[in-house]
Design a protein around this ligand. Structure first.
Ligand code: GLA
Length: 383
C-alpha cells in the first residue's frame, strides 16, 4: 500500500514538476474517542491520531512561489509568499496559505516550493483533513527553512491559521492531535494547559470509523452557535470557561441559565468528565464501562447538545446491533460525517459487513467502515 502510494505520488510529481521530490512529509487525521466540543470549553478530550494521513511530496523551488497539486481533487494552485491572500476558488489552499502567513508573522523563514498533496483522510468527514493539511505544511516550511519548533507550538500556530486566516473558530483538538500523536497510543488532552497523558487501549479492542457519507450540513453555523451558548453559560456562572464548573455546581445553579444554555452546559461538563473516565476504561479493557460512557455521550449529543442528524441516528442503530460492538458514538463536530465504534478485535470484519448492510438498507447510502490504528504526529519521513 505504502509503496504503491509513494509511486503514485512520485509519478504525479514528475509529471507536474519534471523531477523527483526531494522531501516527504506527512500528518495524520484524528478521531475523538470522547469529548465532543469540550476543547473550546478548555475541558478534556480523548483523541486518537489515526493511521490515515496527508502526504506532501516536495521540492524547494528557490523562488518565492508555492506551487501545489492536490491529487485527491486533481486541482492546482499557486501563490506568492510575498503577498499571501485568501482564495475563494481553491478553499483547500487557504489552509496552506494560512500556515505560511502565520509563520511569517512569527518572523520565521518561509521558502517557495513545489508540492503534490495526497490524503487518505476522507475530506470534510469530521476526521480533521484540514488540520492534517495545516500541520504537514508547517513541517515542510520548518524543514525547508532550517528552523526548529516544539510540536505544541506548531499545533497552536496551525490553529491560529485556521482561526485567523481561514476564519473558522475551532478549538485546539485537531491540530494538537495531528502534531503530537504517539505510536500505539490515544492521547488524553487537557485543553486548559495542553498537557497530555498517553493512553494505551487494551488488547482486543479495535477502533472502527463509520462514515455516514452524508455531508456535514450546518456544521459551520451551528458550531458557532454551540460555542456561543457555552460562552453565555460560562458568563452567567461567572467563570472564564465551563472547565471551571463542577457537575454539582452546575446542578445547583441550573435554574439561573436559559434552558437551551443549561442543556449545552450539562453536556459539556459531563462529556469532559467522560473523556477521562473512558481513558481509564479503555486502558483497563472495561467493556461495560466503555459501552455505558459511549451511550451517555451519544444521548447527550442527541438530546442536549443537539449535534446529531438523521443519518447519525441511523448509523448509531446500525453500529449498536452489529456483532462485536462494545460502544458507539458521534465523532468530530457532529451534523453528519464520521462516527466511531469500539469493537471486539476478533469481530471487526463481521462488524463491518453488518453495519454496511444495515445502514445501506435503512438510508440507501453505502457507508465506509474501517478500523484505524494510532499514528505518530506530523513528521518528515521516507515513505
Ligand atoms: C471540530 C473542531 C474542533 C472540535 C471538534 C468538536 O473538529 O475543529 O476544534 O471543537 O469539532 O469536538
Amino acid at each position: 500500500m505504502q509503496v504503491e502510494r509513494r509511486q503514485y505520488v512520485a509519478e504525479l510529481f514528475r509529471n507536474r514538476f519534471g523531477s523527483e521530490p526531494q522531501l516527504w512529509a506527512r500528518a495524520p487525521g484524528r478521531v475523538d474517542l470522547m469529548g465532543s466540543h469540550t476543547d473550546y470549553n478548555l475541558g478534556y478530550v480523548l483523541t486518537l491520531p489515526i493511521s490515515r494521513d496527508t502526504w506532501m511530496a516536495v521540492r524547494k523551488s528557490g523562488t518565492r512561489t508555492v506551487q501545489l497539486h492536490a491529487a485527491n481533487l486533481n486541482e492546482d494552485d499557486s501563490f506568492s509568499l510575498d503577498a499571501i491572500e485568501k482564495t475563494s476558488s481553491r478553499k483547500w489552499s487557504n489552509y496552506i496559505r494560512g500556515v505560511a502567513s502565520v509563520l511569517q508573522a512569527e518572523g520565521l523563514q518561509t521558502d517557495g516550493f513545489d508540492a503534490v498533496i495526497h490524503s487518505t483522510v476522507p475530506l470534510e468527514a469530521g476526521l480533521s483533513s484540514s488540520a492534517a493539511l495545516e500541520c504537514v505544511t508547517a513541517v515542510v516550511f520548518r524543514e525547508l527553512g532550517g528552523w526548529t519548533m516544539a510540536a505544541k507550538t506548531m499545533a497552536t500556530l496551525c490553529q491560529r491559521a485556521e482561526n485567523v486566516f481561514v476564519g473558522v473558530n475551532c478549538g485546539i483538538l485537531d491540530q494538537y492531535s495531528s502534531c503530537l500523536g504517539e505510536a500505539e497510543c490515544a492521547l488524553l488532552l487537557d485543553c486548559r494547559d495542553l498537557s497530555t497523558r498517553t493512553v494505551r487501549i487494551a488488547d482486543g479492542i479495535s477502533v472502527v470509523i463509520c462514515n455516514t457519507v452524508s455531508p456535514r450540513q450546518l456544521s459551520g453555523s451551528e458550531y458557532a452557535l454551540r460555542r456561543a451558548d457555552c460562552e453565555r453559560g460560562a458568563a452567567i456562572l461567572g467563570v472564564g470557561s465551563l472547565r471551571e464548573v463542577p457537575i454539582e455546581v452546575l446542578a445547583a445553579r441550573r435554574s439561573e441559565l436559559p434552558e437551551q444554555v443549561a442543556k449545552r452546559c450539562e453536556f459539556i461538563v459531563a462529556e469532559s468528565a467522560r473523556a477521562a473516565s473512558l481513558a481509564s476504561a479503555l486502558e483497563a479493557g472495561n467493556r461495560e464501562l466503555v459501552a455505558l460512557l459511549c451511550a451517555e455521550s451519544f444521548e447527550g449529543a442527541r438530546d442536549l447538545y443537539e449535534i446529531t442528524s438523521p443519518s447519525m441516528l441511523a448509523m448509531n442503530r446500525a453500529m449498536q446491533q452489529a456483532p462485536g460492538v462494545i460502544g458507539s458514538r458521534q465523532a468530530g463536530a457532529g451534523f453528519g460525517g464520521c462516527m466511531v465504534a469500539f469493537v471486539d478485535a476478533q469481530s471487526t470484519d463481521d462488524f463491518r459487513t453488518n453495519v454496511v448492510e444495515t445502514y445501506l438498507k435503512s438510508t440507501g447510502l453505502r457507508p465506509e467502515v474501517y478500523p484505524v490504528g494510532a499514528a505518530t504526529g506530523a513528521t518528515i519521513f521516507e515513505p
